[in-house]
Design a binder for this molecule. Sequence first.
Ligand SMILES: Cc1cc2nc3c(=O)[nH]c(=O)nc-3n(C[C@H](O)[C@H](O)[C@H](O)COP(=O)(O)OP(=O)(O)OC[C@H]3O[C@@H](n4cnc5c(N)ncnc54)[C@H](O)[C@@H]3O)c2cc1C
Length: 394
Amino acid sequence: MSSNTPVQQFDISVVGGGMVGAAIALSLSQAGLQVALIEKQAPVEFDPNSAPDLRVSSINLASEAWLSSLGAWQTLQQMRLCPYQRLQAFEQPQSVVTFAAADIKRSHLGHIVENNLLQLALWQQFPANLTLFCPASVATLSQTYDSALLTLDSGEQLESKLVIAADGGNSQLRQLAGIGTNGWQYQQACLVALVNTPYPQQDVTWQQFTPTGPKAFLPLSGQQGSIVWYEDAPRVKQLAALKPEQLTRELLKAFPAQLGEVEVVSSSWFPLARMDANSYYSGRVVLAGDAAHTINPLAGQGVNLGFADAKLLTELINSAHQQQQDIGSAVLLSRYQRKRKPANLLMMSTMDGFYQLFGNDIAPLRNLRQLALTVASRSSMLKTLVARYAVGSE
Ligand SMILES: Cc1cc2nc3c(=O)[nH]c(=O)nc-3n(C[C@H](O)[C@H](O)[C@H](O)COP(=O)(O)OP(=O)(O)OC[C@H]3O[C@@H](n4cnc5c(N)ncnc54)[C@H](O)[C@@H]3O)c2cc1C
């Protein structure tokens, strides 16, 4: 592209059109802002006969409500998803603690959705004032006191009042903006497998805590499900290298009987990292979703936190836009950071507490978690509180 190509002007540029970035770009463009969305790879089109995406997420009621207000949830419902009414936690299969939607007078506690389909449902709502650059990625970033300039790999230049980095845990934009991080890689990793189950569609997601790490089942639509198996990283890599029939045998040996005689269709593994960006903004670049924080997926909260970031950030920007104020001001961005950073850190630390409490075989901790599960099973108030926490309402 020639250097004479004019710089394209937008109100906002969003880098990363995954679940969080696409929701942000959609919300801002629905409010009338001129939005550029830069994404490396478009979501795969929906085929009802295709196997589900291996990457699935548990979406809580708070996220569902916001995605409905954007019009994306209704589209997703016409594709494929699975509601669940019960959430179970146990160490021994004979002493299960059940949290039920009925305890909090709801029809369901959440849904298990395929990441690709949720992303696609958001993309299908994009209006004309959203300009999509895809496949595309960013080469350079420069900032002045009142704008940010992105140069894409194609040579195109985009100028806007604010750049929102939603480009995931390894965010390139976070690095270009000079924002450091702290955190660590957990010793455990997790194996994720898509399985066929012998049971009709299930309404329960469960997690068994064992000294070597949790083992979880997430129901999918029809007779399918997703299992998540946490173990030390070398063991997970070993399991991930097995053929589906071999992995099925290992799974049936290690998982509790309620899994049923499943059959592995496909599998993959993920390293687990905790990461917290030192700041959620720098100049006119602001971080959201995994670009700002990554959390142990133990309780399925990562993208729900990302949607909570996205909802607050877009509310602040849309309100500034309506009042004809600066949509990328330090005042606005610091208000966003003040609210979201402590909330995200609290959830990360809570998950670390769970990881320590449930992921080892030290005798005092074994007794403590037995006590925690017993108290939870007997206290209806505690069960209600946990259920409310799970749906994202407290
Ligand atoms: C095993 C596992 C299970 C999980 N289960 C759950 C769960 O049950 N519930 C839950 O809430 N969360 C869960 N999570 C976390 C959840 O997957 C993440 O929090 C979520 O994917 C973050 O979304 P995001 O849009 O911020 O980032 P990403 O999903 O990483 O999306 C980033 C996007 O940016 C694009 N991109 C990257 N770099 C560039 C670039 N330079 N230029 C342009 N585009 C770029 C990518 O292509 C991608 O589309 C789980 C995570 C794991 C690993």
